[in-house]
Design a protein around this ligand. Structure first.
Ligand code: ZN
Length: 261
């Protein structure tokens, strides 16, 4: 039951998955340098007057530039237990998003930890970089555990072959901000959005990349990108473009890289 409430909250109120919080004041990607200073005028007591303060004060912020020279580590294999769903296509006002249905039981298994998949969404261009290289887009699979712990899987998207699964997302997405739609005839298995090789990934402690920029997020970024055709990228941009946060300082954080199968 608890997980269902969490799923509902995280899927409907927030874009990039906050824990429990009230919907805050309006923000946009254009004014990202000032997120930390946005005031909530309905509040009078500090720190509630500055609900997004972590965006400027936090020192474990995301996204980051991942170095190819990252520390090579023995890390758990990611086990994707994603299944087919009839999801909800949601235009959040900040990006396009697909919310998994309430009874969805697909999850990501890392070692013994199980992270239920709640939603996935797109950024254009990519938020993470690898060796200073930015990609045309990035997919974020947001997983929220019952205790509130969040793991986000980032998948970089490069220009290349037409992507059938992404087309399903683009074709079913409502164009109006805040609108959502579902179609009993549209089934999607998030597995088809993953690249062929899923064993190599980067990981670090980071944050939500949108306000309130909460920290404590377990980030996993696959080393292999997926592709999108140029026509599909144009279609993605017709919904939202430049909805990516700039890379943030590592501030001494170490990035681990799983390189062996
Ligand atoms: Zn995101």
């Amino acid at each position: 039951m608890k997980i269902k409430i969490l799923k509902k909250l995280s899927a409907t109120i927030f874009t990039c998955y906050a824990t429990i919080a009230m919907a805050g004041p309006h923000w946009s990607h254009d004014e990202q340098a000032e997120w930390g200073a946005i005031r909530d005028h309905s509040q009078t007591i500090e720190p509630f007057t500055l609900p997004y303060a972590t965006c400027s004060l936090g020192n474990h912020q995301s996204p980051v530039n991942l170095s190819e020279e990252s520390h090579k580590a023995r890390l758990n294999k990611l086990r994707f237990k994603y299944y087919v769903d009839r999801p909800v296509f949601f235009n959040s006002g900040h990006g396009i998003q697909v919310n998994m249905s309430d009874d969805y039981d697909g999850h990501l298994k890392i070692g013994r930890e199980i992270y239920p998949l709640i939603q996935f969404h797109l950024h254009e261009p990519s938020e993470h970089m690898i060796g200073n290289r930015q990609f045309p887009a990035e997919l974020h699979f947001v997983h929220v555990r019952e205790d509130g712990k969040i793991a986000v899987l980032g998948i970089l998207i490069k220009l290349g072959e037409y992507n059938v699964a992404l087309q399903t997302v683009l074709d079913n997405m409502p164009s109006e901000e805040g609108a959502q739609s579902t179609d009993a005839n549209v089934a999607l298995n998030p597995l088809v959005l993953l690249p062929e090789h899923r064993w190599s990934y980067y990981t670090l402690a980071g944050s939500l990349t949108t306000p309130p920029c909460s920290e404590g997020v377990n980030w996993l970024i696959l080393a292999e990108p997926i592709t999108i055709s140029s026509a599909q990228l144009a279609q993605l941009k017709s919904f939202y473009s430049d909805n990516a946060r700039q890379v943030q300082d590592l501030n001494g954080r170490s990035v681990s890289h799983r390189v062996k199968y």
